[in-house]
Ligand binder design. Structure first.
Ligand code: DX5
Ligand code: ZN
Length: 215
């Protein structure tokens, strides 16, 4: 069964605690936190203080997706704020092996994300340093976009390489995940589904979480 990481990007930020509790109580496995700097992506979302507030509010596992150009400046702050997993982009600036190692040194899980134009093979050398790889199935920056099926062969290639080398690295998919596209991603090898608008845009959020978990 795939794990579900609802993205609070589509939650009501005036009711964030309530919206987190709703999905956690319905069986969500983690909470996906989309951090955007207006530079790496053309949008600005939330940052360290919100992660800090979430940490005070919930024991849920916080899956923090950093869509920022210079992750090295903020990794320590997100770890201190209470992120359980810190996800940096392959396309970001910095010494990626050192940054992934540093995240683990801080006692947090380290993850690497690839944008739609980045081939799966680009991260093969870094797989032993990552607890998770996130394959973006939309261009990062906004919720509510359509799933790009080109992400499926990338999931398959990563799944095969992880199996071939006997690694423990997990695979997450993010962007356009719905009850229709999730089975395709699971079949291609995804362990963790991120879903924003499909969860928080549903008329009954809890029922939608349960539907994802039943896939
Ligand atoms: C997009 C973010 C996603 C976003 C997904 O840049 O990384 O996590 O919230 O939204 P949906 O599920 O609506 O495509
Ligand atoms: Zn995300």
């Amino acid at each position: 069964m795939a794990l579900l990481s609802p993205s609070i990007l589509s939650a009501d930020f005036c009711q964030l605690g309530r919206d987190v509790d709703r999905v956690v109580q319905a069986g969500a496995d983690m909470i996906h936190v989309d951090v955007m700097d207006g530079h790496f992506v053309p949008n600005i979302s939330i940052g360290v203080p919100v992660v800090q507030s979430l940490r005070r509010h919930t024991d849920a596992f916080l899956d923090v997706h950093l869509m920022i150009s210079q992750p090295e400046k903020y990794i320590d702050a997100f770890a201190k704020a209470g992120a359980d997993l810190i996800n940096i982009h392959f396309e970001a600036e910095g010494d990626l092996p050192a940054l992934l190692g540093h995240i683990r040194t801080l006692g947090r899980q380290a993850a690497l994300t690839i944008k739609p134009a980045t081939p799966a093979e680009a991260v093969f050398p870094l797989l032993p340093l990552a607890d998770m790889v996130l394959v973006m199935s939309v261009e990062p920056g906004f919720g509510g976009q359509s799933f790009m099926p080109e992400s499926l062969p990338k999931l398959r290639a990563l799944r095969a390489e992880i199996a071939r080398r006997g690694l423990a690295c997990r695979l997450e998919i993010d962007g356009g995940i719905t009850l229709e596209t999730a089975p395709l991603a699971i079949e291609a090898g995804a362990d963790i589904l991120v879903a924003g608008s499909a969860v928080y845009g549903a008329s009954d959020t809890a029922e939608r979480v349960r539907a994802f978990k039943a896939l």
